[in-house]
Design a protein around this ligand. Structure first.
Ligand SMILES: NC(=O)c1ccc[n+]([C@@H]2O[C@H](COP(=O)([O-])OP(=O)(O)OC[C@H]3O[C@@H](n4cnc5c(N)ncnc54)[C@H](O)[C@@H]3O)[C@@H](O)[C@H]2O)c1
Ligand SMILES: O[C@H]1[C@H](O)[C@@H](O)[C@H](O)[C@@H](O)[C@H]1O
Length: 341
């Protein structure tokens, strides 16, 4: 029997996830959709799916067994809390929420419910290249990780919708999460450096350099550009005591013509992480079918939110900003990040 899903938010990624849930993956059916733009929801609705007027009506509908949230970050808190109140497994796109207070409310609600329901859309953890990179680090043959370089480049971001805090509370959250996961460690402090602005970014603070200080002493340098023009370029290199481990270049057809010899670069996240998104949903469908969630948790969403908040403070203060986490509830596994890895 297929798991009946309701999708909230039918913009770019909502439509892409509806495509994979209806055309790529099995064991699942999209039976309901909603968006504040109801016309967009109607256009995106797969055949036979009901269009709901509000997220709450969709979440509480008897037809819907599990929910996928693809609305804007600031809307996630209320929708997540409604899913938890309804006891329904929920996949929530990153950022889980956009403030520490909201993140703690989600954690408190899930802990009170007593079972994991939330998976956050940190798809890099499902990417085969990142998984192989982590296996090398965890294998220990290169010794302890000392530094990690995370390069995060978007060709462009939607003007007007992508606002000045978003390099830190929408884009950086991926690098924060993947750093914690790859290094099996928590972030204890954040610094931000602002280079000369790109004129392509107009009013945006772009590019941005962020230093994440990890508990074990490793330092991550994150280089974010959200208007780099040439494509979606994600790089990662871990520098260890006895060697370097890096993400490979993505294989792409080698084109030779009058302009030279070249390989195409993905246009955006949909292309670069297509297999990773498929895999994150394969794993989500299995867990949601059992009434729970695995994968990146509300705790991971909380941790990334704290890093984003600290980075935003660091922009204002120009100083090192500490990240202070609450004690990890048992629901989210071992207290130490290393034991949890
Ligand atoms: N994991 C990834 O790589 C990845 C990639 C893209 C986007 N995202 C995340 O997915 C979310 C959506 O991004 P997008 O690029 O699809 O944006 P988008 O603007 O294209 O789509 C968002 C949609 O949500 C709708 N919406 C906003 N608030 C709503 C509300 N309160 N209730 C119902 N509908 C609402 C909007 O009308 C819009 O149709 C964001 O949180 C973004 O950070 C993640
Ligand atoms: O919402 C998107 C998405 O998360 C992409 O993966 C990221 O590269 C972008 O910077 C962000 O705006």
């Amino acid at each position: 029997m297929a798991l009946n899903i309701g999708v909230i938010g039918t913009g770019m990624i909502g439509q892409d996830h509806i495509r994979r849930l209806t055309q790529v993956l099995s064991g699942v059916a999209v039976v309901a959709v909603t968006d504040i733009d109801l016309d967009r929801a109607r256009q995106a609705a797969p055949e036979g799916a009901q269009v709901f007027d509000t997220p709450k009506a969709l979440i509480t509908s008897d037809q819907v067994e599990a929910v996928v949230i693809c609305s804007w970050g600031p809307a996630h808190e209320e929708q997540l809390l409604d899913c938890i109140a309804a006891g329904k497994p929920v996949f929530c796109e990153k950022p889980m929420v956009t403030s520490e207070t909201a993140a703690r409310k989600v954690i408190e609600a899930e802990v009170a419910f007593g079972r994991r329901l939330v998976q956050v859309g940190f798809m890099r953890r499902f990417d085969a290249d990142y998984r192989r990179l982590k296996a090398v680090i965890d294998g220990g043959t290169l010794g302890a990780p000392l530094m990690y370089k995370s390069v995060h480049r978007n060709a462009s971001v939607p003007e007007g919708l992508y606002t000045s805090d978003m390099p830190l509370n929408d884009t950086l959250v991926h690098d924060a999460d993947i750093s914690r996961w790859l290094l099996s460690d928590e972030v204890k402090g954040v610094e931000v450096r602002l280079p000369r602005r790109s004129t392509r970014g107009k009013d945006l603070r772009d590019p941005t350099m962020v230093l994440l200080h990890m508990e074990d002493g490793a330092i991550v340098d994150v280089e974010i550009s959200v208007n780099i023009a040439y494509g979606y370029d994600i790089r990662g290199e871990v520098s260890c005591e006895q060697g370097i481990a890096a993400l490979p270049n993505r294989p792409a057809t080698v084109i030779t013509d009058q302009h030279g010899i070249r390989q195409a670069i993905p246009e955006d996240w949909r292309e670069r992480f297509i297999e990773a998104y498929d895999q994150e949903f394969r794993e989500w469908i299995v867990a949601a079918g059992q009434g729970t969630a695995t994968g990146p948790s509300a705790w991971d969403g909380y941790a990334a939110t704290l890093v984003a908040d600290a980075a935003l403070r660091a922009v204002d203060s120009g100083a090192y900003e500490r990240v202070t986490m609450i004690e990890k509830p048992d629901l989210y596994g071992p207290k130490s990040a290393r034991a949890a890895a």
